[in-house]
Design a protein around this ligand. Structure first.
Ligand code: GCW
Length: 888
């Protein structure tokens, strides 16, 4: 075979400095040469390959953990001279092309070195002093040098990184394994691990590693926190799919090999021929990275777009319709991964309309897909959202097990039940969904939500791996005489302790958007950790955070220490002010799922109750007196949760209803713990700000500023949560805070207590999210003001204005002292609500304001559109520099 040589570096051994453009041309040269050397394989050419620093969608955070920041090559290779000069791919498939290209990018960025790249080559032994990287499948390596491929068979997607003398061998069980091996090698280099001796074999934990994107055809995303869709716009697939390819590259770097690109509340029009053609283009953009496209489908499609009078899963016309539709998809997308299905849930159509089972619906699709090797990811998130809250035995948490456990064994072998980690809905803490132990003969996968729907919506910092790991590590063994059986073993897709599975895996709802994937640069750790856990769920949260930090921000030990600490503490902090003791996120569950609104979860059909009364709080899910949910767990775990003695405090109110005066294992009463936890959480959220500020100048300025803005906002929002939840429980329990903090705010002046000019007081529906349950708004005036005369000692003060910032409208505020403007700002954060509430409540802090007794502090609000410049309170606290100021 004649090797194809795509690129020779300049005669110098090291590339050294070159003008940026020149360097870019060099790097692109292999692609150009390849384009001339042979025709691109069908729908599989590496087009628009993403360039970390020059891509069209350049922006902070866009390169994510693949920015390939410079490393110290001596730590990796011993000496600089040992950096391999040549990268050889033995094969010529598109995934190996991507691998060599990626290594060339990595060499350039991390090692400041431009290697020679050969493809479809059979290199001779390296000359003395020469170091090379060789990539290939195990079969290719065996054909090239049988002695080197001596290890055990690798299997699909697996890889082995192996040093043999001067050769660094990246061997894959298949071409996708080669690509994953190349990314693993780059990760090692990025983390400055020594590669002088190397022999690592790695294989994925389970077969299915997919993301779900809840994107709509019109370009919006359900639970969109990072801008609109990277796939769709105005009713069709975007013309420019550069971002889709760049996303596939990010996914591949973690070993994620499937992506459901549309909302599970599925629009049947995705199945129209024109849209399938568009989807085929997305599949083409994914293909160089081994990511397969999948589609969420609406079970009623045969009726809505197929013109049939029914969508009954057993009707022969319906069966034929799906078979033909699937054949049509595979004609255009030969590597199509399969369907994701949400049925009979939250208004989606499903088989119950015809008295059929979820298994019959799943198998309908599975049989159409089976001849092509496609899968059905069938969601267990099926529940009645019109539950009778007056019935003490009613419990939404029962639903998945009650519906799917009786169907165990009735699903075809290419069906996987996609199970949310907990029995409710991606809450800040939930016990493991008992259904994981309820499907002995049915494949299962665990779904997590990378998008921070109930965990701060990417405005707030929450590293989710520690939460996911609580579920992955939950022991589901049937008897204490058996060895431990963690959930991660149940989703591995193999037989274990009486569970007979052939497929399994991980699904992460990512909802990436055009705003640098997840908007908040620090939230990218959640996408990263999902992929790493899907590959190997035994990795620790700390190890994953550290990997991500090193690859994203470099190996500086100070930066690593600060960011790792921020990430690792963040979930606990968020939980402590939004839903401790297993209460679930006490958020507005009827709309935005964002700010505090505990009452919205109670007394309606949605079943997210925590049943607060004047005496006690918590859902009684015991077998003895409650809903019986605990009985769905295998006996050892059920016994642990059933008994107050052994039920962990952090799930107490999920499992039990107890009096407010009940003492936790820690010795505190429930009510005092609720108060303390919220005060601790708000303080800890505030402390994140100076921690991040300590990195000024050590991380890129744009990322620094972006994160700082969010952490400051979060510190304020944690106070909103703290005050709302503590007031709520103080009222329900009638038990005051032993530390006299709740309902005592000596430095605050409620807006309704200010001298108002134009502003009018109005009741706030979620009363606990405003001082005295009221705020002020400016309606019917061009501007309004609210003022006070300062009658405390003269000094330096910090002034907080707590106001509401609606999704629509940009009000303007001006703060004056005796007619002198000390600050102006716009309410332009577009928080997800249109009323005064904990969702829209936010603050402006003006530090070091000189106030003299007798000064007038005036806030002027200028409403805009539907936003009436609404205000909650003003708080004035002494500033650090408290010496009396001179009168300005
Ligand atoms: O958490 C809820 C979300 C819905 C979502 C649903 C689901 C796509 O609030 O927006 O619908 O879960 O997972 O189906």
């Amino acid at each position: 075979m004649v090797p194809k040589i795509y690129f020779f570096p300049p005669s110098k051994r090291r590339a050294g400095w070159a003008p940026c453009l020149g360097l870019l041309m060099f790097a692109l040269a292999p692609l150009a040469a390849r384009a001339q050397a042979r025709p691109a394989p069908p729908r599989a050419h590496v087009h628009e390959l993403f360039e970390p620093s020059t891509g069209p969608a350049k922006g902070p955070g866009y390169a994510a953990w693949l920015a390939y920041l410079p490393v110290n090559p001596a730590l990796v290779f011993g000496t600089e001279n040992e950096i391999p000069d040549t990268i050889v791919a033995l094969g010529e498939n598109v995934l190996e092309h991507s691998s060599t290209h990626e290594l060339a990018l990595g060499w350039r960025g991390m090692l400041n070195h431009v290697p020679r790249v050969l493809e479809s080559a059979r290199p001779a032994a390296p000359a003395p002093g020469e170091n090379i990287v060789v990539l290939g499948t195990q079969a290719e390596v065996r054909a090239w040098r049988p002695a080197l491929a001596g290890g055990a068979a690798l299997g699909p997607d697996a890889y082995r990184l192996h040093r043999v003398g001067d050769i660094l061998l990246v061997e894959g069980g298949d071409p996708r394994g080669v690509l994953y091996g190349a990314f693993a090698l780059l990760r090692d280099i990025g983390e400055e691990h020594s590669l002088r001796t190397l022999d690592v074999t790695s294989r994925p934990w389970a077969q299915v590693r997919w993301t779900n994107e809840w994107d709509n055809l019109n370009g919006t995303i359900e639970r969109e926190y990072a801008g609109p869709s990277i796939f769709f716009q105005d009713g069709h697939v975007r013309a420019d799919l550069t971002r889709a390819a760049a996303y596939a590259r990010l996914l591949a770097s973690l070993g994620i090999d499937g992506c459901t690109v549309n909302n599970v509340n599925a629009d049947p029009r995705f199945l129209l021929p024109a849209n399938i053609q568009g989807l085929a283009r997305i599949a083409g953009a994914f293909r160089p990275y081994g990511v397969r496209l999948s589609l969420a489908v609406d079970l009623a499609s045969p009726e809505t777009i197929g013109g049939l009078p029914t969508f009954d899963p057993l009707d022969p016309r319906v069966i034929a319709w799906w078979r033909d539709k699937v054949d049509e998809i595979y004609r255009l997308i030969p590597d199509f991964a399969g369907f994701t299905v949400k049925a009979d849930s939250e208004g989606q159509p499903g088989p119950w309309q015809y008295g059929r089972t979820q298994a019959q619906a799943a198998n309908l699709l599975a049989r159409a897909l089976a001849p092509h090797g496609g899968l059905v990811l069938y969601r267990a998130f099926v529940y009645n959202n019109h539950l009778n809250w007056r019935n003490p035995k009613a419990d939404r948490a029962l639903a998945a097990y009650d519906i799917f456990h009786p169907l165990d064994g009735k699903f075809d072998s290419n069906v996987i039940i996609q199970i949310k980690y907990g029995p409710i809905d991606f809450q800040v803490r939930e016990p493991a969904q008992p259904l994981f132990a309820g499907l002995r003969h049915t494949n299962e996968a665990m779904a997590v939500e990378i998008a921070q729907e109930y965990t701060g919506q990417q405005r707030q910092l929450v590293y989710l791996a520690p939460l996911w790991k609580t579920v992955l590590d939950t022991d589901m063994r049937s008897s204490l005489s058996d060895p431990p059986l963690p959930v991660l073993d149940l989703i591995a897709g193999r037989s274990v302790q009486g569970f007979h599975h052939t497929l399994g895996g991980f699904v992460g709802v990512a909802n990436v958007g055009t705003n640098r994937w997840l908007g908040n640069p620090l939230s990218l750790v959640n996408l990263y950790s999902f992929g790493r856990l899907a590959w190997n769920p035994t990795l620790t949260s700390a190890a994953i955070s550290d990997e991500w930090t090193r690859l994203t921000f470099g190996n500086n030990p100070t930066v690593r220490a600060v960011i790792n600490k921020l990430e690792l503490n963040s979930w606990h902090i968020y939980e402590s002010y939004t839903g401790p003791l297993g209460l679930g996120t006490l958020t507005n569950i009827l709309g935005s799922h964002y700010g505090p609104d505990p009452q919205s979860a109670e007394r309606n059909g949605w079943g997210q109750w925590f049943r607060a009364t004047h005496e006690g709080v918590g859902m009684d899910r015991t077998v003895a007196t409650g809903t019986g949910f605990i009985g769905q767990y295998p006996p050892p775990l059920a016994a642990k949760y059933e008994s107050l003695k052994t039920c962990p405090d952090n799930l107490l109110l999920f499992m039990h209803h107890v009096p407010y005066t009940y003492r936790l294992h820690s010795g505190q009463t429930v009510i005092q713990y609720l108060y303390n936890s919220h005060y601790w959480g708000a303080k800890a959220a505030a402390a994140q700000v100076p921690a991040w500020e300590s990195l000024h100048g050590m991380v890129p300025d744009d990322i620094y500023n972006e994160v700082l803005k969010r952490l400051k906002y979060q510190a304020g929002e944690a106070i909103v949560w703290r005050d709302a939840v503590t007031r709520y429980f103080a009222r329900w329990s009638g038990i005051p805070d032993a530390l006299h903090r709740v309902n005592h705010y000596p430095d605050r002046i409620a807006a309704t207590g200010l001298t108002l000019d134009g502003y009018t007081p109005v009741a706030v529906k979620v009363w606990e999210t405003a001082m005295g349950g009221k705020g002020i708004e400016c309606v019917g005036h061009a501007s309004c003001s609210a003022s006070l005369v300062w009658n405390k000692p003269s000094g330096w003060y910090n002034v907080v204005v707590q106001y509401y910032d609606y999704f629509l409208g940009v009000s303007h505020f001006t703060l004056q002292v005796d007619g002198h403007t000390i600050d102006t700002w716009a309410a332009d954060a577009h928080l997800p609500g249109m009323t005064m509430s904990g969702t829209t409540s936010t603050r402006q802090t003006v530090e070091n304001v000189a106030l003299h007794r007798g000064d007038t502090l005036r806030l002027i609000g200028v409403p805009n559109g539907p936003e009436p410049a609404p205000v909650d309170y003003i708080e004035v606290t002494p500033a650090a520099a408290s010496a009396a100021p001179a009168k300005p």
